[in-house]
Write a protein that binds this ligand. Structure first.
Ligand code: SF4
Ligand code: SF4
Length: 315
C-alpha cells in the first residue's frame, strides 16, 4: 500500500508512505561512485540503544560518549532533548568515517542502517500500539538507486540487521510518540524533568549511579534480585528508566514507591517552597510599590504615595 504524505519543499524524502512489503530498487556497495558520500553529509540522530551499542564498541562510559561524540538538539517545541553524532572538525563528515569506510560498522546507528529508507512510527488516536511505516529518501548524490536490484523493505531491514535495533529502540520511540500525541495534556516539562529525561534516555551509566544512590533506595521499592539484574544489564536498566519516565511524565504506576517517601521528600523540600513563597511575595510587593511611585520631575524630588491617592497634581 502506498499513501502520500506532505513534506517540506526541499526535503529529499519521497512523499509516499510505504509498508514493509513494498518493493524498492537499491543497492549500496564499495564500488559505487558515491561510496561514503552519505557519511560525508551526515546528520545522524541517535537512540538510547545506539548509545549503548556505540559506547560498548568504543569501550567507554555513556557519559564519556555523550561528551566526546555527540551534540544535543531539541526534538520538539517542548525542548525534548535529542542527540546527534558530532562531525569531524569543520566538516559535515561523520567522525567515524575513515579511509576504509565506517569505523564502527558492526555497531553503526539505526539511522545509518535504515538509509535510504526512512522510518515513521505513527499512533492513531485511542489506539495503544503504534504502526510502522516507511518512505524512501532520494538524495541526488546517492547512486544506489540506479543499481539493478529489487527487494522489499522488510528484506532490506533484515539485510541491514535493523530488526534488533527496532526491538530495542521500541521504548525510546514509544515514549517520544506518547509525549507528542499527549500534546498540551502532558504540559511543558520542567527543567528538572528534561534533565532527568536526558539522563534516563541517553546516559545509562549515570542513570545506574542514580539507581544505586541512597535517594533512589529511599524513594523506590524494587525487589533486590530485579535491582541486581538491572544494574548488571544495560537493557534491563533502560527498561527501568522507561518505566520511571512513564511514571513521572504520564502518571503510570509502574515503579513501586516506598510508603511515606513522597511525604518525606515534600517535608525536606518544604523550606525550598517557603523560600520561593517569600521571594514571590517580596517581588509582588515591589511591583505594587513601583506602580504607585510618584515622580516629581520639576523639583527633582521623588515622592512615594503608599495608597495611590496623592499624585503630585492632586490638592
Ligand atoms: S556511523 Fe558509520 S555509517 Fe553512520 S554516518 Fe558515520 S561513518 Fe557513516
Ligand atoms: S550508494 Fe548511497 S548509501 Fe551507498 S555509499 Fe553511495 S550515497 Fe551512500
Amino acid at each position: 500500500m502506498q499513501t502520500p504524505f506532505e513534506l517540506p519543499v526541499s526535503s529529499p524524502a519521497v512523499p509516499q508512505q510505504l509498508n514493509g512489503s513494498a518493493k524498492i530498487k537499491f543497492r549500496c556497495h564499495k564500488d559505487v561512485t558515491c561510496y561514503n558520500e552519505c557519511c560525508r553529509q551526515a546528520d545522524i540522530p541517535l537512540t538510547s540503544y545506539d548509545v549503548i551499542r556505540l559506547k560498548g564498541h568504543l569501550g567507554i562510559s555513556s557519559t564519556e560518549f555523550l561528551k566526546e561524540y555527540t551534540f544535543p538538539f531539541e526534538m520538539d517545541n517542548d525542548r525534548l532533548p535529542g542527540i546527534k553524532l558530532l562531525h569531524q572538525e569543520g566538516t559535515t563528515t561523520c567522525q567515524f568515517m575513515n579511509d576504509e569506510g565506517c569505523g564502527v560498522y558492526e555497531n553503526r546507528p539505526m539511522a545509518c542502517r535504515y538509509y535510504p529508507v526512512g522510518h515513521l512510527s505513527l499512533r492513531k488516536q485511542d489506539v495503544n500500539d503504534e504502526e510502522d511505516h516507511y518512505f524512501m529518501v532520494k538524495e541526488s548524490y546517492c547512486k544506489g538507486h540506479e543499481e539493478d536490484r529489487e527487494l522489499t523493505i522488510d528484506e532490506y531491514r533484515k539485510e541491514q540487521e535493523v530488526e534488533e535495533y527496532d526491538v530495542n529502540s521500541h521504548m525510546y520511540r514509544r515514549l517520544i510518540l506518547k509525549k507528542k500525541s499527549g500534546g498540551p495534556a502532558i504540559g511543558t516539562l520542567s527543567k528538572n524533568s528534561l534533565a532527568f529525561y536526558f539522563m534516563a534516555t541517553y546516559d545509562i551509566d549515570r542513570f545506574r549511579d542514580f539507581v544505586l544512590s541512597e535517594g533512589f533506595e529511599k524513594a523506590y521499592e524494587i525487589p533486590e534480585d530485579e535491582l541486581v539484574e538491572a544494574i548488571k544489564d544495560d537493557m534491563k536498566l533502560l527498561k527501568l528508566a522507561d518505566d520511571l519516565m512513564r511514571q513521572i511524565f504520564f502518571g503510570e504506576n509502574l515503579v513501586k514507591q516506598r510508603e511515606g517517601a513522597w511525604e518525606e521528600r515534600a517535608e525536606k523540600r518544604q523550606h525550598i517552597w517557603d523560600e520561593r513563597i517569600k521571594e514571590a511575595q517580596a517581588e509582588r510587593h515591589k511591583r505594587e510599590q513601583d506602580m504607585y511611585r510618584v515622580e516629581e520631575e520639576d523639583s527633582g524630588v521623588t515622592g512615594f504615595c503608599p495608597d495611590g491617592t496623592c499624585g503630585t497634581n492632586d490638592p
